[in-house]
Design a protein around this ligand. Structure first.
Ligand code: HSE
Length: 327
């Protein structure tokens, strides 16, 4: 993990919360053209963590719901508890404090919606809240990135940053981590559809080429710059024509059934752009307004149904708040 500056944190042990219940949102990483550097948060779905203070020191998993038994209950192997433990060690209180975690997943694992990030962010936000918020969100971020590394073998931040900060985030740099929040035009909507096939991020990352052609890089950085200008200007047409990916999509689209037909239908239904959400297999139609996003997502889903492929659909604006406390 990126070395964290050691500093004194003010934790009032006499005044800790007994229990905290947190929601953290799903995210659309990459924003189609910005591999590993851009992402935004959704209003829903998202994961929930209930964290309870207990007398016996240590971090334990009490229960996990909604994962079909796929996630480890062993606190050293589970990403959420491992990150919470890491934070307590950083604060020098791992031997004093006891917490138990109940995780509820509301989105599929391996879906391209930042499932592991939402859980990690919810866990770290919960422990920080329980302790009276000794760390700022910026200070929590390296722990979130470490969670991503544990979950899929690579510490990209384009899911955890928007999940924690809310809104649209740019990872300007990784070493050191430099995260910039970008403006969110208020009619920007996403219609996300998850075709129910499993594509683990680890596999989807191994597939992509490490070397790219300069002409493709030029196209891509033009698109990233165009997207950012579009967000600042609230220029939806510019946002739409900039959200195109010539680097990663051609390779990853192979893993997603009916990708190009879904793209054609989404654009025909009025989406500004269409692409892969994170590492897939979820796809995202970006639209101006909820109706257009709903129309595009419904067309995509209908097509998948016609092809006998089950799917889930989420239509959401950009969630500018990030995690929230539910109790
Ligand atoms: N930027 C990452 C990737 C996001 O595309 O592999 C994973 O959700």
């Amino acid at each position: 993990m990126e070395s964290m500056e050691k500093k004194e944190y003010a934790i009032d042990f006499g005044n800790l919360r007994e229990q905290v219940h947190v929601f953290a949102p799903a995210t659309v990483a990459n924003m189609i053209c910005g591999f590993d550097v851009l992402g935004f948060a959704l209003d829903y779905p998202g994961d929930e963590v209930k964290m309870y203070r207990v007398a016996e020191p240590g971090v334990r998993i009490r229960a996990i719901h909604g994962d079909d038994g796929r996630l480890p209950l062993d606190a050293d192997k589970n990403t959420v508890s491992a990150c919470v433990k890491m934070l307590l060690e950083h604060l020098g209180i791992a031997d004093e404090l006891g917490v138990e975690i109940e995780l509820t997943k509301h989105m599929p694992i391996g879906s391209g919606l930042g499932s592991s990030s939402a859980s990690t962010v919810a866990g770290l936000f919960a422990i920080n809240s329980l302790l009276g918020n000794p760390l700022s969100k910026e200070e929590l971020m390296p722990f979130c990135v470490e969670g991503e590394r544990l979950a899929c073998g690579h510490g990209h931040a384009d899911n955890v940053a928007p999940a924690l900060m809310g809104g649209v985030t740019l990872i300007r740099g990784y070493d050191p981590l430099d995260i910039v929040r970008l403006p969110v035009p208020n009619e920007l909507y996403a219609g996300v559809v998850f075709p129910q096939v499993d594509v683990p991020t680890r596999d989807a990352r191994q597939l992509i080429k490490e070397k790219v052609w300069l002409k493709d890089a030029v196209t891509q950085w033009g698109n990233i710059a165009g997207l950012i200008a579009g967000l600042y200007e609230g220029d939806y047409a510019l946002i739409g024509r900039s959200m195109q990916d010539v680097l990663i999509e051609p390779t990853r689209a192979i893993l997603i059934p009916e990708f190009y037909e879904m793209k054609r239908l989404a654009l025909e239904a009025g989406a500004l752009s269409f692409g892969i959400s994170g590492s897939g297999p979820s796809v995202v139609a970006i639209a101006r307004g909820k109706e257009a996003a709903e129309r595009a997502a419904s067309r995509i889903q209908q097509h998948l149904t016609d092809c006998d492929i089950e799917s889930l659909k989420y239509v959401s604006s950009v969630n500018v708040n990030g995690p929230k406390i539910l109790n």
